[in-house]
Write a protein that binds this ligand. Structure first.
Ligand code: B12
Ligand code: SF4
Length: 489
């Protein structure tokens, strides 16, 4: 069989922020401004197929990185002639995902098209109903997609495979969720990989020619990596806890790094939801990197409550260039309401240590939170971020995503209509936009505050001077300039 793993074009992505008074205004920075990143999930599935179903020919196409639009995709599909297609998805990219599936279906009505990725995880029932797909995979695809491949190749029944569903089979699988974060009372069992160490490393051979990049990276030779999946925390705005937390062994992670270094990558960005689950794990990882003598830049996303100065010292010595911390808001009361389980003092301490040790910091910050009752309240929280003085700050307007406590709260209080999401999930439209908490501040007001916050942070003369001095590569310089031009505009 010819199998195609597809990251579809992104021409009609639903917007996180759309100002109703000015629909062309999508906020200061959009997703594409942050860079271009490999679809890691598909690369994992590609590796699993090559290892466990080598009799099939597997092709990989990242339409976003290859700049393939829907029209070009139609031509490419004619040449590829796929028998089985696996398409990855985000909920906000579903219009494009369905369009791509129809583009494949038209010339190849017999092809089996399977939907995987984040959308069927968030909306299994609606996804299974979509007429574009023959099956969906809820959860992690490495084992389930290989099993589906064997079944499709031999014309066997695939509805018994854990995580694989059709519109009929999903109806037999309803289990009680019994969790207030879910507005529905039923969930379906997802496919999860129990032992992540048994997986082959993502197959990066197919993306060697592509220049993925991050606005905060130093080069265009960056690899993304994941050392754990899921997160044990329970932040009220986040749907990751929905996924089971599992770690890889330090040896397996450092072996993958060896492969990346051999392939010429110089920079690794860890995409774990929570990399520094304990300071001890960070230290063990750094010790192994140091023992092996690997030289690379790496960074991770973490929490301020799991950090010791010693773990930062070891991280710096082992090449850690930058850490992105979820600071979120500027008061302990706010952090408690977000169930963040961190304090602003912890943030102060950790940001000071990083500055002292020369580790760059990104502070992720949110505005438009349920307890921010006025513009001045938002500004006071942003004052805290200015006081922390990280190297980069990202100001997001709280987006309400399904399967989170805040989404359920907003729906129960009548602030949002959850049916909008269900309708979108059942029939994705290009003009859908995400909901925000607009009890006290409207989205246009929040967008103005977001721009004001970015300018307050990035246009400080001291900040501009410091970051120009610290810029160490052409890539970094041009990324900063692009950001600066947007801010000045
Ligand atoms: C890295 C990342 C990004 C990066 C890069 C995205 C990329 N190219 O992969 C950037 C910064 C661009 C990004 C942007 C956004 N992201 Co993001 N991101 C992530 C993050 C942290 C890691 C993704 C990852 O690589 N995971 C590791 C791989 C191995 O896992 P995986 O992708 O889940 O893949 C597995 C399964 O999903 C499945 N699978 C995946 N594809 C396929 C395909 C087939 C055929 C099959 C069978 C299975 C399958 O099998 C894979 C292997 O097990 C996740 C959080 C998370 N923990 O997943 C959020 C996450 C995916 N992002 C999310 C969101 C909402 C966004 C944004 C809207 C902005 C925002 N508010 O965060 C934008 C939108 C992007 C867009 N399309 O325009 C949500 C998605 C929710 C949803 N229902 O769609 C997540 C889950 C975070 C969250 N809980 O809110 N993101
Ligand atoms: S926000 Fe981060 S720490 Fe909190 S639950 Fe989500 S992934 Fe975990």
């Amino acid at each position: 069989m010819r199998i195609l793993l597809l990251n579809p074009p992104a021409e009609h992505t639903a917007r996180e922020y759309v100002d109703p008074d000015n629909p062309s205004d999508h906020g200061l920075l959009e997703t594409e401004d942050f860079g271009l990143f490999p679809p890691l999930g598909l690369l994992y599935i590609l590796a699993a197929l090559k290892e466990n179903a080598p009799e099939h020919e597997v092709l990989f196409l990242d339409c976003i990185a290859e700049k393939v639009g829907h029209q070009d995709l139609a031509l490419k599909i004619l040449a590829i002639k796929p028998d089985l297609v696996g398409i990855t998805s985000f909920t906000i990219s579903m219009f494009d995902v369905c369009l791509a599936a129809r583009t494949i279906r038209e010339p190849f009505p017999q092809a089996h098209i399977c939907l995987g990725g984040h959308h069927p995880i968030a909306f299994p029932f609606e996804s299974a109903e979509l007429p574009e797909f023959d099956s969906i995979i809820v959860g992690e695809g490495e084992e389930a997609f290989v099993a589906l491949t064997h079944a499709v190749a031999y014309g066997a029944d695939f509805t018994g495979i854990l995580g694989v569903y059709t519109k009929e089979s999903i109806k037999r699988q309803r289990h009680c969720a019994n969790d207030p974060r879910f507005l529905t009372s039923v969930i379906v069992p997802p496919a999860y990989i129990k032992n992540l160490d048994l997986l082959s490393s993502p197959d990066r051979s197919v993306i060697q020619h592509l220049k993925y990049r991050s606005i905060v990276g130093v080069s265009d030779r960056l690899a993304t990596m994941i050392s754990s999946r899921g997160c044990p925390c329970r932040c009220s705005y986040c749907d990751v806890p929905f996924k089971k937390y599992r770690q890889r062994s330090i040896i397996s992670v450092t072996d993958e790094i060896r492969g990346c270094l051999e392939a010429g990558y110089t920079e690794v960005h860890f995409y774990d939801d929570l990399f520094n689950i304990t300071p001890e794990r960070v230290v063990a990882f750094c010790d192994e990197l140091t023992r092996r003598g690997y030289r690379l830049h790496w960074d991770f996303r973490g929490r301020v409550n799991n950090v010791t100065r010693e773990s930062l010292v070891r991280a710096k010595a082992a090449g850690c260039r930058m850490i992105s911390f979820g600071v979120e808001t500027g008061s302990d009361e706010g952090l408690a309401l977000l169930r963040k389980n961190t304090t602003i003092d912890q943030a102060r301490k950790v940001f000071a240590w990083c500055r002292e040790l020369g580790i760059l910091t990104i502070a992720d910050f949110m505005i438009g939170l349920p307890f921010e009752t006025s513009a001045d309240h938002v500004r006071r929280n942003v004052d805290f971020l200015l006081e922390l003085d990280p190297d980069y700050a990202q100001f997001s307007i709280l987006s309400l995503f399904p399967n989170t406590e805040l989404f359920a709260d907003a729906a129960r209080r009548g602030l949002i209509d959850p049916e909008r999401w269900r309708q979108f999930a059942a029939a994705p439209r290009a003009d859908f936009s995400v909901d925000h908490w607009e009890e006290f501040l409207s989205l246009p007001e929040l967008l103005r505050l977001q721009k004001e916050s970015y300018r307050r942070f990035y246009l400080r003369p001291r900040y501009i001077w410091r970051s120009l001095i610290a810029t160490c590569s052409w890539h970094e310089f041009s990324a900063k300039m692009q950001g600066a031009i947007k801010l000045f505009r």
